[in-house]
Design a protein around this ligand. Structure first.
Ligand code: URA
Length: 209
């Protein structure tokens, strides 16, 4: 079953609290989401492999380590996932960025893929799929399906806030995918919002209603 990591670094928790606050405006919300995403990426990349190298300092040779090659890809789920990508890219600027767009079928309420664009070497990349909110889990499960269908073998899921229902849905559909969260909240309400959550992440990021 997928491991769930709640990244309770003090800086992540501090910023997440301001993100949740209803009085935080669009500009600050966007900046904070970017900052938290960067901090979460720092934690997520702890297991990247290193190789030993030797460089010449002005004083002499020094052994050091550089990243050993697994290529990274970031995949925001449109549209709210876009708010997290710049923060991650500030730490991992060489990562390629794919996109997955999903809409909810008004009859079945199931997420339907309408746009997918991924780097060409999907099979060799380690992907971080990003979406601020893991609510029912429908979009995350479908986005992970979209990547898998196209050959992705190595994926992590990163969300700011999750409901237990969403975590359970991903764990059931994609037991090998590790889940990284800023917070695991209490539940979903009858409208599908995470409680206490932060409201509609897309609207708060883009200033829409
Ligand atoms: N999507 C959001 O943006 N917020 C929620 O609380 C649930 C889904």
């Amino acid at each position: 079953m997928s491991k769930v990591h709640v990244l309770n670094h003090p800086l992540i928790q501090h910023k997440l609290t301001f993100i949740r606050d209803v009085s935080t405006g669009t500009k600050e919300f966007r900046e904070l989401v970017e900052e938290v995403s960067m901090l979460m990426a720092f934690e997520i990349t702890r297991d990247l492999q290193l190789q030993e190298v030797t460089v010449e300092t002005p004083v002499g040779p020094a052994k050091g380590h550089t990243l050993a090659g697994k290529k990274l890809g970031i995949v925001p789920i449109l549209r709210a996932g876009l708010g997290m990508s710049d923060g991650i890219l500030s730490l991992i600027p060489a990562a390629k960025v794919g996109h997955v767009g999903l809409y909810r079928d008004p009859k079945t309420l199931k997420p339907i893929e309408y746009y997918v664009k991924l780097p060409s070497d999907v099979e060799e990349r380690e992907f971080i799929v990003i979406d601020p909110m893991l609510a029912t889990g429908g979009s995350a499960v479908e986005a992970l399906n979209s990547l898998k269908k196209r050959g992705a073998k190595n994926m992590k899921l990163m969300c700011l806030v999750a409901a237990p229902e969403g975590v359970a849905a991903v764990q059931e559909a994609h037991p090998e995918v590790e889940i990284y969260l800023g917070a695991l909240d209490e539940k979903l309400n009858e409208k599908g919002y995470i409680v206490p959550g932060l409201g509609d992440a897309g609207d708060r990021l883009f200033g829409t209603k």
